[in-house]
Design a protein around this ligand. Sequence first.
Ligand code: NAP
Ligand code: ZN
Ligand code: ZN
Length: 348
Amino acid sequence: MHPTLAYAAHSPTSPLVPFQFQRRALKPGDVHINILFCGVCHSDIHQARDEWGNAAFPMVPGHEIVGKVSAVGSAVTRFKIGDTVGVGCLVGSCRICSECQDDLEQYCDNPVFTYNSPDPNGGTTYGGYSDNIVVDEHFVLHIADSLDPAAAAPLLCAGITTYSPLRHWQVGAGDKVGVVGLGGLGHMAVKFAKALGAHVVLFTTTPSKIADAKRLGADEVVVSKNPDEMAAHNGSFDFILNTVAAPHDLDAYTLLLKRDGTLCLVGVPDQPHPSPSVSALIFRRRSIAGSLIGGIKETQEMLDFCAAHNITSDIELIAIQDINSAFERVLKSDVKYRFVIDLASLRS
Ligand code: NAP
Ligand code: ZN
Ligand code: ZN
């Protein structure tokens, strides 16, 4: 067993506080990781505040984990002590269903999420707001030494959640691609869409983010509260990735799609969006779709793409003691563009 320092939420309304527990002893296929950095995803807030209705307390959030391998089980073949590794949203799946066989573990009927998930080893999974974790090697990712480990942490969720739909819908040169919301996911989507060769338009509610959006790779920026700016893009997009974490009018974006264009939702608001207009869909055969993180094979592909293109997240490094104020700043869209916790602070 591994004694573990962490921060946990004990109810939807209480702040995160110090918490101690034991990680399991290594099984033959397990990797033990000393966690260096963990990103702060908006999903951590949704779940710690029970906005999706599935919260189990105490809850140790965190699914953007980067650390160093400190021990390996006897059957581990792909990792050795000292490797820099990552863990994202998944630490288990059935491994035998058709989704798992297709390397799409995120769509397995029995996924084990990194936190707030029933743990087949007993109890509930606890995430990366902690100093170590034990994970089956299938769900551990290699992180290139050329990437800054703190700035690489958000790739494990914000990165793969935006990379996967851009690849699935085959975004590339010649495509006009929209990204809605310049937050943790949105700023990664801008970087990936640009690296894939698309013409990238960022939609924001925050005019003060315009210069940053252009620096991050957006060719154009639209302030979505301005109807004239929106209407100038009617019927022109191949693909729009919507990362917004709050309910809003989706028709404003479907109307901007070309024939056969797709609006893909990755944001998961606590309340439903207003029902979309059918006529905005049937004229021009447009689609509204959704996408969930990415499989393990594709997550490794994304990390290797990041190493090849020198892509990481733009981060604000914080101590774990600052986590509650960080949550409040994320809710105000006031983060540039991902908080990452330095877990060394757990021991200070
Ligand atoms: P985030 O950093 O808070 O970014 C969301 C952005 O949405 C904000 O920065 C803001 O951008 C915009 N926004 C916020 N409130 C808005 C409103 N009322 N109307 C319009 N725009 C608004 O959050 P994140 O970590 O990127 O996560 C985004 C969402 O994706 C969350 O719901 C999260 O749970 C979900 N998520 C889904 C998956 C998946 O697999 N599908 C994975 C991870 C996260 P501007 O200031 O530019 O407008
Ligand atoms: Zn996440
Ligand atoms: Zn499965």
